[in-house]
Design a protein around this ligand. Sequence first.
Ligand code: SF4
Length: 188
Amino acid sequence: MITRFREYLKFLDKELYKMFDAQKPFIKCKEGCAYCCKDGEYPVSELEYVNMMFYYNELEDSLKDRVNENIKNLLEKSRGKMYECPFLIDNKCSIYPARAIICRTFGLISYDDKGKKRIPFCVDLDLNYSVVYDKNTHMITRSAEDGTEPVSYNIDRKFLRSNKIEKEFNIFFGEDKPLVEWLEEEFT
Ligand code: SF4
């Protein structure tokens, strides 16, 4: 099943690459920028979590020790719903090839199954889409200088892990929980 899930991730990455590329004039994602990993809930399905832990188990000892320290701190602290992801080390994802679906989609404008548009929060940090964003109205108001339109994509998790995808790739996502709850089960 993991092999088939990785095939799906390859397919998804190709599709996302095209979307990010089409939105290039608005995107400021770059290595070392990790705002999206610092204050989130990170909903993850069981299948995604298993894939993440396969990769984590292969990390070299010194890196794994640092992740373990982060996990320990996260689980010990009284925490709210939002927290920094424990896999983030020196502002880089330590399990990047196995990161969750939500990690792959962050940064684009999306819409959910009800058609509700979501602009990435980093717009308020003068990052993605900020060149066409009006902070007073909280709306995207313009096109890029080269005429590129800001586009919203159907990259909601519900869609990306739907029954249709399960059937097509012969996979089963299983239960969905915030990352911290999976870690709690495994590490306490
Ligand atoms: S798994 Fe990696 S990409 Fe996803 S939130 Fe954690 S550090 Fe960031």
